[in-house]
Design a protein around this ligand. Structure first.
Ligand code: MG
Length: 390
């Protein structure tokens, strides 16, 4: 066995190579890397990871070069996750692997894309980005000679599957068990989930201000923002707006991260957690903010929902995106021979059921970047695109 390549000694409640449930297809241990480093490396080298560069959550990719994309979002999640993991002596490599993979299954155009594809798939088993992330790493990535997907460790896959209905859980074997038995995932998985939320809450404030969809005066209703902003104004009255906004967001992140580390440490001590099994049986997630910070974070989320995600300009873009996804789906369902050859090759043959056909189409659409979806739509629907091109 190779040595786990993590900095410092792991806590007893961390996932480690000594307590991992391993891979679906057994492989020899890597020579100079840890098992979770290998997971992280496989994720970074996969095609779905590269596509994250041209997928977005709230803003569409071509709206500006300074906005976050799903790729930069995933890097921010990994950075936050690693910092907290190191402070609590959790497995940094595992936290990083889950963080980098958590958005791999997202459709183009963020939540409106996911919602539209789920509607299209209503009769065929639905579409859920979280399950799709798992499908990407388990099935859709075609890279290795000896197994489908990336053959990631159980704990990385468990972390990717954040939530799941009971119905789906029954189909997922050992990965679905915890949803049926009401057990918690590892602390590393809990951490990646919270790091995701910290990253998007804060970068949506930053991007929303930059894009002019929300204003400082509105944000002054949000305690988490207002307190830091007022303090910076007092200490540095002449600071430019750009630097003041950045400093405010930086302080907001620091407040929630420090609180998360301290409150979680207290919870772990109070629950006398000694092992990964104790974490799984704890009955509730042990990763949590203090009550005060949890309330402040909820208020920020509500603010973003009411003012940013439902801004009329965001809604107009979402409406267009949803229509585009539906038109693509309907065209391919009507005539699957419009699919490019590599996807036609995935159709099981003449006797395929509509559900099998719909799943191949959903995989194709979900894998598209924002700009690819726009191009593909033009190739199918815009007569000016009548060329022999792709
Ligand atoms: Mg995310």
């Amino acid at each position: 066995m190779s040595q786990p390549a993590v900095s410092g000694a792991l806590a007893a409640y961390a996932v480690s190579e000594a307590n991992t449930r391993g891979r679906r297809y057994p492989e020899a241990a890597p020579a100079y890397r840890g098992e979770f480093q290998r997971d992280r490396d496989r994720i970074i080298h996969c095609a779905a990871f590269r596509r994250l560069e041209y997928k977005t959550q709230v803003f569409v990719n071509h709206e500006g070069d300074l906005f976050r994309t799903r790729l930069t979002h995933s890097l921010e999640v990994a950075q936050l996750g690693r910092s907290v993991a190191r402070a609590l002596r959790l497995n940094e490599d595992l936290t990083e692997a889950i963080s980098l993979a958590h958005d791999l299954g997202h459709t183009p155009f963020g939540h409106s894309g996911q919602h539209a594809l789920n509607k299209c798939m209503h009769e065929y088993g639905g579409f859920e980005h979280n399950l799709q992330s798992l499908r990407v790493v388990d099935v859709l990535e075609e890279r290795y000679a000896e197994f489908p997907g990336l053959n990631l460790s159980f704990e990385t896959r468990e972390g990717i599957l954040k939530h799941c209905s009971r119905e789906k859980a029954k189909e997922l074997g050992e990965l679905g068990e915890r949803f049926l038995e009401n057990r918690q995932p590892s602390l590393e998985a809990q951490l990646a989930n919270i790091a995701d939320e910290i990253a998007y809450n804060n970068h949506d404030v930053d991007d929303g201000l930059r894009y002019g969809l929300i204003g400082i005066d509105q944000l002054m209703e949000v305690e988490l923002f207002a307190r830091e902003y007022a303090e910076l104004e007092r200490r540095y009255p002449d600071l430019t707006m750009r630097r003041r906004v950045h400093e405010t967001v930086r302080h907001m992140i620091n407040r929630v991260v420090v609180d998360l580390i301290e409150h979680t440490s207290e919870q772990l001590a109070a629950a006398k957690v000694q092992s990964v099994d104790d974490v799984r049986r704890a009955g509730r997630p042990l990763f949590a903010y203090s009550d005060d910070v949890a309330t402040e974070v909820l208020r920020l989320k509500r603010f973003l929902r009411e003012n940013l995600y439902s801004h009329y300009r965001v809604r107009r873009m979402s409406r267009k995106a949803a229509a585009l996804i539906k038109e693509l789906f309907d065209a391919f369902m009507k005539d699957p021979q419009l699919l490019p050859p590599q996807y036609q090759g995935k159709l099981p043959g003449r006797r395929e059921t509509p559900a099998q056909c719909a799943r191949v189409i959903a995989d194709y659409i979900a894998g598209m970047t924002d700009r690819y979806a726009i191009q593909e739509h033009a190739r199918l629907f815009n007569p000016a695109e009548l060329t022999w091109g792709r």
